[in-house]
Design a protein around this ligand. Structure first.
Ligand SMILES: [Zn+2]
Length: 85
């Protein structure tokens, strides 16, 4: 990313520019690692649920389909929630 004040390239996610000291918060909102990790977890969980639905249908195990579909819905809902922020 670049400093919004002096335009110098600075480390991604920096709160302050090391060159001019300008606060970068609010201009280019960067997410803390924990939020990114949480997002990854939700995305992979949702993908895994989708795979579960397909596998459940393939092996004709309806309870696997139902459980996976529930997991997928929860995952999709959480992704939606994260996108609102
Ligand atoms: Zn700067």
């Amino acid at each position: 990313m670049f400093c919004k004040n002096c335009g110098k390239q600075i480390e991604d996610g920096s709160k302050f520019c090391p060159e001019c000291g300008e606060s970068q918060y609010g201009h280019q909102p960067s997410e803390p690692d924990s939020v990114q990790a949480q997002k990854k977890l939700i995305y992979y969980g949702t993908l895994a649920s989708l795979a579960g639905i397909i596998i459940g249908i393939y092996i004709k195990q309806i309870h696997i389909v139902v459980v996976s579909a529930l997991g997928f819905m929860v995952g999709a809902f959480k992704i939606n929630e994260l996108r609102k922020r």
